[in-house]
Ligand binder design. Structure first.
Ligand code: IPD
Length: 271
């Protein structure tokens, strides 16, 4: 089985487009019948999941299996498969489900492929705005086919910083404490509500940095490839790879200073 990255990227874009269409079609009843009838919760009352999350993940997994039956898969809504090809897909069928439910145009289908354990392909598609972000390791990042790059701003005091919050109350309290210290020291904060799109916002210079504690691998995988290919640095607070413990993405001129500040605030050590 080929591991041609361009082919993996084309498959990811096709599947993200198809899943995005399904997600948009399935939103109509939500608008008519309302939240209670159409969404249930997972880890906390704030952690929503809809029939569209499940149907989109099913469609993506079916599409991968039909084309590449020996690849491994990890999906947010429980889709998991072992593989033998060295390729593993990480799938978030709707990243930003809360926005989807409330009809706020910041949600995305996020599909990444790791090759031999290395994040190599990332596709993040916002079906509401019909915006496709893509990145292939070593080949740059694109928004609707046009090359994008991260900002060059180097002053933390005037940096626009995106972040997000977990679903569990105790974690949120810790995240709010970090934010209470950081907010007076930067230009402003943005909370868009889709980690995958936050990382794409870094990639196209809409924000200068993004950090969050407690993401899942499927939230951050595709956006990490895209942000890196746009020139951003993406890691944790200890010199390692981004992980559920912590992800910090920033243009290289800001990364170390912000990492130091977040380390001082113990941002990766709170609940
Ligand atoms: C969530 C979003 C949100 C982030 C949360 C994630 P979901 O993903 O990415 O921006 O702050 O931590 O869990 O639940 O909508 O797939």
């Amino acid at each position: 089985m080929t591991t041609d990255l361009a082919e993996l990227g084309e498959l990811a874009e096709a599947l993200a487009t198809e899943a995005g269409e399904l997600v948009e079609e399935m939103r109509a009843p939500l608008a008519i019948d309302g939240l209670e009838a159409n969404a249930t919760t997972k880890s906390s009352p704030g952690d929503l999941v809809t029939a569209a999350d499940r149907a989109a993940e099913r469609a993506i997994i079916d599409g991968i299996v039909a084309t590449r039956p020996t690849d491994a898969i990890l999906g947010e809504e429980g889709g998991q498969r072992a593989g033998t090809s060295g390729v593993r897909w990480l799938v978030d069928p709707i990243d930003g489900t809360t926005n989807y439910v409330y009809d706020i145009a910041s949600y995305s289908v996020s599909i990444a492929a790791e090759v031999d354990g290395v994040l190599s392909v990332g596709v993040v598609y916002n079906p509401k705005t019909d915006t496709m972000f893509s990145g292939l390791i070593g080949s740059g990042a694109r928004r609707n086919g046009v090359t994008i790059s991260c900002s060059t701003a180097s002053d933390l005091g005037t940096a626009l910083v995106a972040t997000g919050f977990g679903y569990v109350a105790e974690r949120r309290r810790g995240q709010a404490e970090v934010l209470a210290h950081l907010l007076p020291e930067i230009r402003d904060i943005r909370r868009f509500g889709s980690a995958a799109l936050d990382l794409c916002a870094i990639a196209c210079g809409q924000v200068d940095a993004y950090y969050e504690r407690g993401l899942n691998p499927w939230d951050l995988a595709a956006g990490t490839v895209i942000a890196r290919e746009a020139g951003a640095t993406v890691g944790d607070l200890r010199g390692g790879q981004p992980s559920p413990e912590f992800v910090l993405a920033a243009n290289p001129a800001l990364f170390l200073e912000l990492r130091e500040r977040l380390t001082d605030l113990a941002a990766d050590q709170r609940p």
